[in-house]
Design a protein around this ligand. Structure first.
Ligand code: FE2
Length: 362
């Protein structure tokens, strides 16, 4: 992390604004294996919001709803549905980082302020990114509380699913805006353009998209940014933008060290994944070569594989976890590869076509 001018240490937490935080917390605990660690609400003196903090591995997920129908949180939930509001960074000095990013062109949402309780003080500031999404900057010095000031410890244990940390978080932006936001991450946060895919690489005729991956130098914070591309039918990115009513976080990828175990657990818990046709596995050995796992283990779970020059990765995407066809999760295991599974767009599409051909419909 030497060349990291803003000293973004890591993702402190991801906060979703939702319609019913209590039920959302139950879902992420029971389905995804997060344990609850903290709470803020009426019982803790908050008259306006209800907020649960969940944790698994190093990942913290915050679910917040509001009691006031006119509040920003309620309006956000009404307009976008449940969705990611804040990807919050842990920084050394929120004031300094805020000053730098604003100087580099970030739009301020909240000037640095103190959050305080009996466990100490935290400095927090917020800037805007794509759509209504924001990045908060938190420096917590010697803060000793369970999460952030205002939250009390409230532990609900859960059997975890082996999720270790956030691997990457993908933003969908409007047609023509991908370059703008890639530049923003480079100019404002000092990220590097890591990989770029255009529609010739990951277009399927049904769901074309273009993507630029922005990453900090340590590769610990990675933000791919997608925009729709022209396909035969409506792009999945366009569908997202229509239902989310604008740009926002499309998927949260979580790292595991044993994807077979993790996906098995999530499926047992009722998490629904995208359907992968058996035909996908027909050319898998030629496409990815030798891998440690057996196709016999991967195929029944629909786990996808992709290889690049550094190694391979295994991944699988859930169906949307909210009512609208917007936010979903990805489970990813990396075996050397630092890619994002771009070979799978084409491979999956071709597998679906092979199925279609067998039905005589191609
Ligand atoms: Fe992804």
């Amino acid at each position: 992390m030497t060349d990291n001018p803003l000293r973004l240490r890591k993702i402190h937490h991801v906060e979703m604004w939702v319609g019913n935080a209590k039920q959302a917390a139950y879902f992420y605990r029971k389905a995804f294996g997060f344990r609850q660690i903290a709470y803020a609400g009426l019982e803790t003196g908050r008259r306006d919001i209800c907020s649960f903090v969940l944790e698994q591995g190093q990942a913290k997920l915050v679910l917040t709803s509001s009691f006031d129908p006119e509040s920003e949180i309620s309006r956000h939930a009404s307009l976008h549905g449940d969705g990611v509001k804040d990807i919050c960074f842990h920084v050394d000095d929120a004031d300094l980082t805020f000053a730098k990013v604003v100087e580099c062109g970030a739009e301020p949402v909240a000037e640095p302020y103190d959050m305080q309780d009996e466990h100490g003080t935290v400095r927090r500031a917020t800037v805007a990114t794509y759509g209504d999404t924001v990045h908060s900057l938190v420096s917590d010095g010697k803060y000793k509380g369970p999460f952030l000031p205002g939250y009390v410890e409230d532990i609900v244990e859960t059997e975890d699913a082996g999720l270790l940390r956030f691997d990457h978080m993908v933003g969908n932006v409007e047609l023509g805006k991908m370059e703008h936001w890639a530049d923003w991450y480079s100019k404002v946060l000092g990220f590097k353009r890591y990989i770029q895919f255009d529609d010739s690489q990951i277009a399927t005729e049904y769901s074309a998209l273009m993507s630029i991956v922005m990453s900090d130098n340590s590769y610990s914070i990675k933000f791919p940014i997608n925009e729709p591309a022209q396909g035969r039918n409506k792009s999945q990115i366009e569908e997202y933008l229509d239902y989310y009513r604008g740009p926002g976080v499309q998927h949260i990828a979580m790292l595991t060290s044993d994807i077979v175990k993790t996906v098995t657990r999530l499926m047992d818990n009722g998490v629904k994944f995208i359907a992968v046709p058996d035909t996908y596995y027909e050319n898998l050995p030629e496409r990815v070569g030798e891998i440690d796992e057996s196709i016999r283990d991967l195929q029944p779970l629909g786990i996808l594989a992709d290889r690049d020059d550094e190694g391979y990765l295994l991944q699988l995407f859930t169906q949307p976890v909210v009512d609208r066809p917007t936010l979903f999760f990805e489970i990813i295991q990396r075996k050397g590869s630092r890619g994002f599974g771009e070979g799978n767009f084409k491979a999956l599409f071709e597998a679906i076509e092979r199925e279609q051909a067998r039905r005589g419909n191609l």
